[in-house]
Design a protein around this ligand. Structure first.
Ligand code: ZN
Ligand code: ZN
Length: 364
């Protein structure tokens, strides 16, 4: 393969510019402490790129926004707008216009937490409500915070959740995986993982607990990207503003990787997923990374998976497992067209955990 560079970071984060509890400074400190390469901050209905974006503390700190219609009843249809220059909140009332507006700015629209569970204790939910829209780049397959809603079936469980979140979560919602598999039958749809970190403090009687704080989220769920060029920043500079050409270069690399689906979701709290690779080789020498498309007529395709630690590696075609291996690698020759993707599951804390979710390689 050509040289490939890997970077990882948190996507979908909130700060005190909207309803998060950390300032940018605190958020970046938590990210730097964990060693993240980048963060993508998306505060609600506000765009603070010019003020906050840049290299900070060695972390590429990118700023988009999460836009929704505040008057909508029932609420829903939150859109992550990455790579935009101007606030798109004025278009919030019309999801298709909003998506088109993001694209018109060269940005990437992703549907945030498209399917959410809820309980009597936490009845609020903010699903995507407008499935007839077109033109979005992808979906937030796994929203880390949202995934906990369905587990909070009682005050007691909510309390345990606050202290031992890792004990509960096992991966994206099955309904969301099925929805994504259906969408990718029609066209490429990129999946990313978002933490939706807010770091809010909850109270139950005399107990106060900060739920899913920033440093925990930085460790937990990341989107790893593959690029053909290395990042240029920070080059020893403590801080570079958003307008610095090195920031522009590295921002473009992140956006290109996300747009192309050259990325996977790593539940890094289970074990680091750095070094995971999923690629395909076709008769005649063509190669494909996750996110790429091959033509079935041009020959049989061999899929390769390597994993940085042992796990149960599942190769899926159109949402169904076609090959399974336990260990660190899987190799499989396939003749049929289809949408091929990989899940790796790993036992941790007494249960199988969804550890890695790749983007698909499309064989049309
Ligand atoms: Zn949201
Ligand atoms: Zn959010």
């Amino acid at each position: 393969m050509d040289p490939i560079y890997e970077y990882y970071g948190n996507i979908h984060m909130h700060t005190t510019h909207s309803d998060g509890t950390a300032t940018f400074h605190e958020l970046v400190e938590a990210a730097a402490g964990v060693g993240l390469d980048y963060v993508y901050v998306t505060d609600h209905n506000v765009l603070v790129r010019d003020k906050e974006e840049g290299y900070r503390n060695g972390v590429l700190t990118l700023v988009g926004q999460e836009v929704h219609d505040e008057d909508r009843e029932p609420p829903g249809s939150h859109l992550l707008c990455l790579g935009v220059q101007e606030d798109l909140t004025p278009l919030a009332k019309d999801p298709q216009a909003l998506i088109d507006g993001v694209r018109a700015q060269g940005g990437l629209p992703f549907l945030a937490h498209p399917i959410e569970e809820y309980t009597d204790l936490i009845p609020d939910h903010y699903d995507w409500l407008d499935w007839d829209v077109t033109g979005y780049v992808g979906v937030e397959l796994w929203n880390y915070m949202s995934r906990f809603r369905g587990y909070a079936t009682s005050k007691w469980r909510a309390l345990v959740l606050g202290f031992f979140p890792h004990y509960f979560t096992t991966g994206p919602l099955a309904a969301m995986l099925a929805k994504w598999d259906a969408l990718t039958q029609e066209r490429p749809v990129v999946a990313l993982g978002g933490t939706d970190v807010h770091g809010k403090v909850y109270r139950l009687g005399i107990i106060r607990r900060r739920f899913l704080p920033y440093d925990h989220c930085a460790r937990a769920l990341n989107t790893h990207i593959l690029t053909r060029e290395p990042f240029q920043g920070p080059g020893g500079a403590p801080r570079l503003p958003w307008s610095d050409p090195r920031v522009a270069h590295d921002r473009a690399l992140v956006l290109e990787a996300l747009a192309a689906g050259h990325c996977w979701i790593g539940y890094d709290l289970v074990a680091p997923t750095r070094g995971f690779r999923f690629w395909a080789e076709q008769e005649g020498g063509r190669q494909a990374l996750m996110g790429d498309t091959l033509q079935a007529a041009e020959g049989a395709v061999t899929f390769h998976v390597t994993v940085p630690d042992t796990g149960e590696i599942r190769l899926l075609r159109n949402g169904r497992v076609v090959s399974l291996a336990r260990g660190r690698e899987l190799h499989r020759l396939e003749l049929e067209p289809g949408v091929y993707r990989v899940e790796v599951w790993k036992k941790r804390w007494g249960a199988p955990r969804g550890w890695i979710f790749s983007n698909p390689i499309y064989v049309r």
